[in-house]
Design a protein around this ligand. Sequence first.
Ligand code: NQM
Length: 349
Amino acid sequence: MVMRGGSSKGLFFLADDLPSGAERDEILMQVMGTPDARQIDGMGGAHPLTSKVAIVEPCTHGSADVDYLFLQLGVREAFVTDRQNCGNLLAGIGPFAVERRLLRPENGIVGVRVHMLNTDGIAKATFEVKEGKPVYDGTTAISGVPGTAAAIRIEFEGIFGGSTGSLLPTGNVVDDVLGVPATLIDNGMPVVVMEADDLGISGYESCDELESHTSLRERLEKIRLEAGPMMNLGDVAKTTIPKLTMVAPPAHDGDLCTRTFIPHRCHQAIGVLGAVSVATAALMPGSPASGVLREGRDSDVVTLEHPSGTFDALVSITIDEAGEPSVERSGIVRTARKLMDGLVYPRRY
Ligand code: NQM
């Protein structure tokens, strides 16, 4: 099934319909048309945000309803990686599980517990089901997606440290990474959060401007390679994490402005778990992101401005007497839509 999940798009499979290991990855690359800049012989949309796969099966260990494995495929490069999670495709997992009859809920608002295999966290998705089918039409708009659709509310449980072992893998709110003050954080997605100003940009540039800024991109990659081992991620040369977010004071009605590299293309918006991580960093006194946060705000919702609008992350943290931050609550609202259901024909077949 092809689904839009949040502001990304991907191919959703039942685990039983795919082989495993290297054969699975080979088939998925053929299906997506990877490697090729245009992905002309496959289903991919020539961007990492549209070269995504979700694999779903009934949960094997009782604490959730379904297991969700996310795979990011390369576009020009031939790779398939499970090293990162995706909170955007996550929005489609509950509806897909209902479509495929893995779950047969009563009509009404249903809660589906999703075990996210990439990072071993739980997400509880709440959405409406009518006559046995997910309701896709609705009035909720999300930035980066035209029109409106039905809201899918997602609350996360224990997602911090999913890739790195802890919320702040270095133990610090601020680290010096090649001369740039940064928060190295993982509240669902490992992200290096820096002030745009410290990198010589305003933070309000368009994605095209940032992608054509060669010296900035080279500097960001050096920072990322340095930050990887600091975040317990080892050598990150060939991985899609950590992400890099540059923050600036809000330009519109949001709480702070963001520009994110994922990690080599500029995100047209911001990733879901990436946004939750950046919002969490912004709530930590002394962090680069807290320095640009709108003054006087007093809400659990942090509104992040990004290149195509805003993203609301529901985050609350507490800080103990020793100054140690911990996450109390993280949540988001997304939409998703079934786009197409059928058979796909990988080239080799
Ligand atoms: O951070 C892009 C996306 C993502 C991932 C990326 C995501 C997340 O927008 O949870 O959603 O950072 O690779 O789909």
